[in-house]
Design a binder for this molecule. Structure first.
Ligand code: SF4
Length: 259
């Protein structure tokens, strides 16, 4: 069984939970997971190896899905292997990843990571991460320059099926609105907090991530969420403390928009 060392201990309020009742929050997180999974289907693990996933996640940073896919495909087709990418002239790698945003930053970063992994491991592979306990794998990846909690969790969850939660902007925003974490909790700090509410089960964790990602694309969008189209209103702190009190009661008319 994988030992999870990121579970916070002590008073939940110290960690940014909106209520001290962590059991109730965990029950809410599970019910949210159940509903978003029923709506969007279970998440599907990737067949990509961890090194390919790492490169893909770096390319995906602030880049649309189609552009990310084009940059990744170009790297594979043009150089044939990660060794080929590592040893290619930088301008050629930069040209290949040009469909992604900031190719001038991503190309040298990818090459530097490939060189470091080769030097440390004697081969270009991160498959060994899948055989390590999740905390050890996360610590190994976290030593690499520019590899943060979200990237670590994506590689270990998507490719290695380890029970570790990535928190992207959608998961972060929707979790705050639902009241699973406090409004001032950063996305980085949200990783262990949200994970502590979920069971040590990779599929459940991935379903939570995938479901809230989809939920954050619609209806829980950035700006004004489309709560009328939401199936989580009864679980949502934002809805019950901000949206619902504004609704007109029976016999009342809605106030003008500028009041
Ligand atoms: S009720 Fe509104 S704020 Fe709450 S999760 Fe649904 S869309 Fe988001």
């Amino acid at each position: 069984m994988v030992k999870r060392e990121t579970r916070p201990r002590g008073n939940p309020a110290d960690y940014g939970y909106p209520t001290p009742d962590r059991e109730a929050l965990a029950a809410k997180a599970l019910e949210v997971t159940r509903r978003v999974t029923a709506r969007h289907g279970p998440a599907r693990f990737s067949s990509r190896d961890p090194l390919s996933m790492l490169v893909n996640i770096i390319l995906s940073h602030r880049t649309k899905k189609e552009e990310n896919a084009a940059a990744y495909r170009a790297l594979r087709e043009r150089f044939g292997s990660w060794e080929g990418v590592r040893d290619a002239p930088l301008p050629e790698v930069e040209a290949a990843v040009a469909p992604a945003n900031w190719p001038e930053l991503k190309a040298p970063r990818i090459q530097a990571l490939l060189r470091r992994i080769s030097a440390e491991r004697g081969e270009l592979s991160l498959d060994f991460l899948c055989d390590l306990p999740v905390a050890e794998g996360a610590a190994w990846l976290g030593r690499l320059e520019g590899v943060g909690p979200k990237t670590i969790a994506c590689v270990l969850l998507f490719s290695c099926r380890k029970p570790i939660l990535p928190v992207d902007t959608h998961v972060h925003r929707t979790s705050i609105r639902l009241g699973l974490i406090g409004p001032k909790v950063s996305a980085e700090a949200a990783h262990p907090l949200l994970q502590a509410l979920l069971p040590d089960d990779a599929q459940t964790i991935y379903n939570f991530h995938w479901g809230l990602l989809r939920h954050g694309q619609y209806p829980c969008v950035w700006g004004t969420p489309r709560c009328r189209d939401c199936f989580l209103t009864d679980l949502c702190d934002y809805y019950n403390t901000v949206v619902q009190p504004r609704q007109p009661r029976d016999g009342e008319t809605a106030p003008p928009a500028d009041q």
